[in-house]
Write a protein that binds this ligand. Structure first.
Ligand code: PA5
Length: 372
């Protein structure tokens, strides 16, 4: 069960017809994707590869990466899933090519538009490596997840790669429960339990609204920054996922709370001073899992730290919300994703902006295209 402790509790008085006016709300449906092909393709990849390289960026990357990080072991995992394409770091790509040279690997390339620059570039480099290793015999090693047109669709048509569809009415950052994330997640986690939690996530609509209203009112009180706090590096990528969700949903027309994230206790030794004692422009949202593996009372000590830090920051004038799970589990995480989808949508609508477009992202993309 998820527990919520918000700065203030607000009653639900949102007209759901407001949400229904928007087109890109396919994420509100229950996820009833046919998983047979997911499992078939997963088993095919496992039979000929020891590594899956997932190529994606933004909403086609952060979802599965964050859940994979959360549920994997820091050091040992049965099957290796590696991410690429989320930057243009040629150092990363060069090291990856070197690492993959002696491995059997397959690729899942994901892009709704099918033509995002970083994805095209990374895909072309890794496809070349596949051809160098396996000659023309690469049809079973490339799996494409994309919309109905674009460069990746051309690849599917020309080379006959397997294609998972990307729903037209779901935007990148709302796509956690589509093939874009469920396929890369299927290698190491029980996606059916995750889906079950998501499908029951509407139980938290009222809490999502109360949280959204807290954010909106804090913004009007000049708290322009929300610091998402976690206490384990495993959960840090989920903070990145939340940052994209809020940042792209409500950060437009001069509006929106700017989302940042910190890992405590690490960042208490760097940013703690500012949070406690500096400019009072922020509030915090703690996302806490209580019952982690215990190592000589380290987890219990950490739990005391969670409450003490929250109390200290409050005394310093930094209010906080708390979202808490007893023990990490896929069911609650699925529900929490739905909670955040609703919270971002409600929040953007309160700010008077469209939660489902991202005009700012398009502007820099076309500027790059002009200059390349
Ligand atoms: O949320 C969004 O729509 C964006 O962040 C996209 O996910 C991101 O730009 C990647 O786009 P695409 O999946 O088309 O490659």
């Amino acid at each position: 069960m998820i527990k919520f402790d918000f700065i203030k509790d607000y009653d639900f008085d949102f007209d759901m017809n407001e949400l229904s006016k928007y087109e890109m709300t396919g994420w509100r449906r229950k996820c009833e994707d046919n998983l047979d092909d997911v499992y078939k393709l997963r088993d095919q990849v496992k039979s000929n590869s020891s590594v899956l390289v997932v190529i994606g960026i933004g909403g086609s990357f952060l979802g599965s990466k964050s859940i994979n990080d959360m549920f994997s072991n820091y050091f040992k995992n049965d099957f290796e899933v590696i991410y690429a394409g989320y930057s243009l770091s040629s150092n990363y790509l060069s090291d990856l090519i070197d690492y993959l040279k002696d491995k059997d690997f397959s690729i899942n390339v994901i892009s709704k538009s099918g033509s995002t620059m970083e994805i095209k570039i990374t895909y072309n480099v890794l496809k070349k490596l596949l051809i160098e290793k396996y000659g023309d015999n690469i049809k079973d090693r490339i799996i494409v997840t994309t919309g109905n047109e674009g460069f990746l669709m051309d690849e599917v048509n020309e080379f006959g790669f397997y294609k998972f569809p990307f729903p037209e009415d779901i935007g990148g950052r709302y796509s956690m429960f589509t093939y874009a994330h469920l396929f890369p997640l299927s290698f190491n986690i029980d996606i059916e339990e995750f889906i079950k939690g998501f499908n029951d996530g509407d139980n938290y609509i009222k809490e999502a609204y109360s949280y959204a209203l807290n954010r909106y009112n804090l913004f009007n009180d000049k708290k322009y920054i929300e610091n998402f706090v976690c206490f384990d590096e495993k959960y840090l990528m989920f903070m990145e996922w939340i940052k994209q969700l809020f940042g792209e949903s409500e950060g437009k027309s001069g509006k929106g709370v700017f989302p940042v994230s910190t890992l405590f206790t690490r960042d208490l030794h760097s940013l703690g001073q500012f949070i406690q004692d500096g400019n009072k422009i922020m509030f915090e949202t703690f996302i806490v899992v209580r019952d982690n593996k215990e190592v000589k009372h380290v987890n219990s000590t950490n739990n005391i730290v969670v409450d003490s830090v929250r109390s200290a920051h409050r005394q310093g004038g930094v209010e906080s919300n708390m979202i808490e799970i007893d023990k990490l589990n896929l069911y609650d995480m699925g529900s929490l994703v739905k909670f955040f989808f609703y919270a971002a949508a409600f929040s953007a609508i309160k700010f008077g902006v469209n939660p489902f477009d991202q005009p700012g992202v398009e502007i820099y993309k076309s500027e790059i295209k002009k200059n390349l």
